[in-house]
Design a protein around this ligand. Structure first.
Ligand code: ADP
Ligand code: MG
Length: 654
């Protein structure tokens, strides 16, 4: 319990410090315009930076045009909203009287709308190209202000006539600025609350997974494009609200010049970078530090025109000395390690499944394995995406689950797959063997949708899925591991498994943001903890996946794939790098998965394992099928001997 209290204290002290500071600064400096104004500025910057962090931190999208959303939010919330809802509008009387209060709604709608539009235009792009589009967007905003000078007032902008009257709000004691101060505080806290909910939700994990490894995200059922667009839209909406708050502070809205927009956009990026990209507290720490730091008299008097230099120098120093920002650096301090949420959760999970006990018959406890597959069907928690071509496949044992017909794929003139036919029977372990470069991984890629075949068809339970996107195939029950391990390195171990169970959850973005996904979350977490125990990683739940050894990462990938409760599991050389005990464990695990009804495609070099485990073996060589049949028969095949097991390849360890 003391542990728990300490963990909570460690987790919550940044927020407590922030609220304490704001509650101190407000009343104590009520008569001091300068400090109160700096407080407002800091909170507005913190809000904008929190918004940017959703795109930059969670999803890895670097925007250098976010100030454009800030300006748009100012216009939408402080000019357009009051105009549309003000005197003479057809809105109900109550709305007309309180028109300025609807500003944030306008800011959110316009910000999200613009963000979506921009994202639709650029989210298929990567890295630098995407950033270039956002840069162009930022440059375009002043141009729009000039083009629509009658409405927007050109570069000089417009004054704001009506703002919400918060002078008499609690604590404000009749001061307009104090009213704006507490309004900003409320909106900052709301932004932080939403960001926090997001970061620990199904949607938030999907965003991070896309950031950390897109291919694995796709094969785990996460649509990268949709999530990027959503992140961008959310990010823009929050920044737009900050723009509205800024209009309350300055009683004006203007884009300034293109250079001003760029400088402001850079300011958000630097704020987040200094504080800590991808952390909740980072944007706030960065914003308060930069605002109060640069607000000091010494800076104001001597460095007013050299702020660019200060920003640049600071950013350089942080990137060089603490690439993960101040918050990231603070977390690394000895003894300051925040006990990860994962460890708190796994404690509430029923007793640990013994990885050695593969029978799943422990009394008093539901058998672990059969539920992997069995649970997925009855629960009806099928694909969250109804647009898939079919529901999850339901075939009887013994019928063909996966049928690959005449698939071809070549790379630079070399045929990796050359008209390959493979039928995988439901409930079987089907091994695919062949020398290095014979096309096995390409086969797995084609089946999971990572690669498009140039010709041929892929059928799952009779339905043609050749043109189905990888993330939809995951929803249909196809899961995999990778030959070159692709765990999401910067996410936690438990988080990796949770994100692997993406298709098993249903909480949409709205529910995630509002924290209404708790019941589902605890179900998914309990399940993920069970799976971690199954692969023997339960003690590592709270660690960063990148800190695991390669062998542990392989096991983590397996748990992640199982979290999707697949019908078809493709394992691409799962034994590589494992020692004998780990190999035995995996063999037992695959056996029991099969007895639970799972169909497994096993790509493996380790001949003994293949002979021991497989029901059917297909030998591929240079992209064509050389032999197929029960392991013993195939092992005796002369052709196979020569091409694969023969002296030329030295026993299959190639
Ligand atoms: P295996 O998994 O059986 O070792 P792969 O499917 O990885 O074989 O590769 C089959 C052939 O296709 C090899 O010649 C390999 O070099 C080539 N290949 C596979 N993927 C790519 C790629 N993305 N780009 C270029 N060549 C590739
Ligand atoms: Mg391979």
């Amino acid at each position: 319990m003391a542990d728990r209290a300490q963990a909570l204290a460690v987790r919550w002290w940044p927020l407590a410090a922030l609220v304490g500071f704001m509650l101190w600064l407000g009343p104590s400096q009520a008569g001091n315009r300068k400090w109160l104004d700096l407080g407002v500025e800091a909170m507005i910057l913190a809000t904008a930076a929190t918004g940017l962090n959703v795109a930059l931190g969670s999803t890895g999208l670097l925007s250098l045009g976010h100030a454009g959303f800030f300006v748009a939010g100012g216009y939408a919330g402080a000019v357009l909203g009051p105009y549309l809802l003000g005197d003479g509008s057809i809105a109900p009387d109550f709305v007309v009287r309180n028109a300025p209060w609807f500003g944030p709604v306008f800011a959110v709608v316009v910000g999200a709308g613009l963000g979506t539009a921009l994202a639709l235009a650029c989210c298929h792009l990567r890295g630098f190209h995407l950033t270039a589009v956002t840069l162009a967007f930022g440059f375009g905003v002043p141009a729009v202000a000039v083009l629509a000078a009658d409405q927007l007032g050109g570069l000089a902008g417009r004054t704001v006539e009506r703002i919400p009257d918060t002078r008499n709000a609690f604590l404000a004691r009749g001061h307009t600025l104090a009213g704006v101060y507490y309004t900003s505080a409320v909106f900052l806290l709301v932004a932080l609350w939403l960001a926090r909910n997001l970061s620990r939700s199904r949607s938030g994990r999907a965003l991070t997974a896309v950031r950390d490894g897109e291919v694995a995200a796709r094969t785990s059922g996460i649509d990268p494009y949709r999530h990027r667009v959503a992140a961008f839209a959310m990010s823009a909406a929050v920044v737009a609200v900050a723009g509205w708050l800024s209009a309350l502070r300055t009683l004006s809205v203007s884009s300034g010049s293109a250079l001003d927009v760029q400088t402001e956009s850079f300011r958000y990026v630097i704020t987040v970078t200094v504080g800590g990209v991808g952390t909740l507290a980072g944007p706030v720490v960065g914003a308060f530090l930069l605002t109060f730091g640069l607000g000091l008299d010494v800076f104001q008097q001597h460095l007013r025109d050299k702020l660019g230099l200060v920003f640049g120098g600071l950013a350089l120093a942080v990137v060089a000395l603490a690439p993960s920002g101040l918050v990231g650096a603070a977390r690394r301090l000895p003894g300051r390690r925040c006990p990860a949420r994962a460890t708190l959760v796994s404690r509430s999970v029923p007793e640990r499944a013994d990885p050695a006990d593969q029978s799943g018959e422990t009394p008093g406890r539901p058998p672990a394995r059969p539920t992997l597959v069995g649970r997925s069907v009855p629960e009806g928690a099928g694909p969250t995406d109804q647009r898939g071509p079919a529901d999850r496949p339901r075939t009887d044992p013994g019928t063909v689950l996966l049928s690959v017909r005449g698939v071809t794929r070549s790379f630079g003139g070399v045929a990796a797959l050359d008209g390959l036919d493979v039928d995988v029977v439901q409930g079987s372990v089907h091994a695919l063997i062949g020398p290095n470069g014979s096309g096995k991984s390409t086969f797995v890629n084609v089946v999971t949708g990572v690669e498009r075949p140039a010709g041929g068809r892929v059928l799952l339970a009779g339905a043609d899925i050749t043109d189905v996107a990888a993330h939809r195939r995951a929803a249909l029950g196809v899961a995999r591991t990778f030959q070159g391990v692709r765990v999401w390195h910067r996410m936690g171990v438990l988080e990796n498994v949770l994100a692997g169970g993406h298709v098993r959850g249903r909480a949409g973005l709205g529910r995630c943001l509002l924290g209404l996904d708790r019941a589902e979350e605890s179900r998914l977490r309990a399940r993920a903890s069970e799976l971690l125990a199954l692969v023997g990683l339960e003690t590592r739940a709270g660690d960063r996946a990148g800190d695991l050894t390669l062998a542990e990462q392989r096991r983590l990938e397996l748990a992640r794939a199982l979290a999707a409760e697949p019908a078809l599991l493709l394992l691409d050389e799962p034994l590589a790098g494992l020692d004998e005990a780990e190999r035995d464990r995996l063999v037992r695990l695959v056996r029991s998965l099969r007895s639970g009804g799972l169909t497994v495609v096993l790509v493996e070099h380790h001949v003994e394992t293949v002979l021991a485990l497989a029901d059917t073996v297909t030998v591929v060589h240079q992209g064509v099928k050389l032999a197929e049949g029960p392991p013993a028969l195939v092992a005796g095949d002369a052709l196979v001997q020569e091409a694969y097991l023969g002296p030329a390849s030295g026993g299959g360890g190639a």
